[in-house]
Design a protein around this ligand. Structure first.
Ligand SMILES: Nc1ncnc2c1ncn2[C@@H]1O[C@H](COP(=O)(O)OP(=O)(O)OP(=O)(O)O)[C@@H](O)[C@H]1O
Length: 240
């Protein structure tokens, strides 16, 4: 397993106003697969992703990435682990506005102190179809192009896992399809491991497995999902 969560609880606050966003989640996210996390609003999807990626700490339980127990690590160790071993794609792209596309993609290499291998940066940018936009700043790119730069930035370090939180949430249908195709392609051709949170059954249909969360529990999993089977399962969850 690329990521293993065991009995993960995440509570916010205490006393009568306390919320348990995750209630004893145990799940393995397999290597070389695209796993999607779905569930009604407030079911704990973002909390699950953040705990799995070492961005948030569970109240109790264990999170392992490639055999490394995250909960025992200091903040500094987690920062280094995230930078060196994980990639992130967010709904809002999160590119650095004053850097060009090429500089944004090279940033994780620069931050880790490695020599920035320009050929690698350029080939990663080419792999997302943006060779001709290398010198453009984010404000000069469409939303879909910005997200493709963010994917290149996530992939350039060949991370063990890419975590994507609503990566198509701010995109039109056509750009969303391009972004999903790229994530799928990274799994199929590079053996990349991707974990994606989404609200969209069409986005979920690009994954190998969909995990369904409800009220802090994983209540179901669907292999080989289609948009229709995912939408039907979501409708049942939202009614229950
Ligand atoms: N920092 C916080 N403080 C208090 N409660 C929080 C905090 N973050 C999340 N929660 C609560 O935890 C629960 C799960 O939130 P989470 O954001 O993980 O859900 P989600 O499934 O990602 O929701 P959405 O689809 O609306 O983004 C919700 O009840 C939310 O209100």
């Amino acid at each position: 397993m690329a990521v293993a969560l065991t009995e993960v609880w995440r509570r916010y606050g205490d006393g009568p106003g306390a919320v348990a966003a995750l209630r004893g989640v145990t799940v393995g996210l397999p290597r070389g697969r695209l796993t999607c996390v779905m569930g009604p609003s407030g079911s704990g999807k973002s909390t699950l992703l953040q705990c799995a990626a070492g961005l948030d700490r569970p109240t109790s339980g264990s999170v392992r990435i490639g055999g490394v127990e995250l909960t025992a690590r200091s903040e500094e160790e987690l920062t280094v682990l995230r930078r060196e071993r994980l990639g992130f794609v967010f709904q809002a792209f999160n590119l650095v506005p004053f850097l060009t596309a090429e500089q944004n993609v090279g940033l994780p290499l620069k931050l880790s102190g490695a020599r920035v291998d320009r050929a690698r940066v350029r080939s990663t940018l080419a792999s997302v179809g943006l060779s001709d936009r290398a010198g453009h700043r984010p404000s000069e790119l469409s939303g879909g192009q910005q997200q493709r730069v963010a994917i290149a930035r996530a992939l350039v370090t060949t991370p063990e896992v890419v975590f994507a939180d609503e990566p198509t949430g701010a995109l039109d249908t056509g750009s969303a399809r391009e972004v999903l195709t790229l994530l799928r392609h990274s799994v199929d051709t590079l053996g990349q491991t991707v974990v994606m949170v989404t609200h969209d059954p069409v986005a979920a249909s690009y994954s190998d497995t969909v995990l369904f969360l409800s009220d802090g529990f994983i209540v179901d999993a669907l292999d080989g999902p289609t948009a229709d089977t995912v939408a039907a399962r979501m409708t049942r969850l939202e009614r229950s």
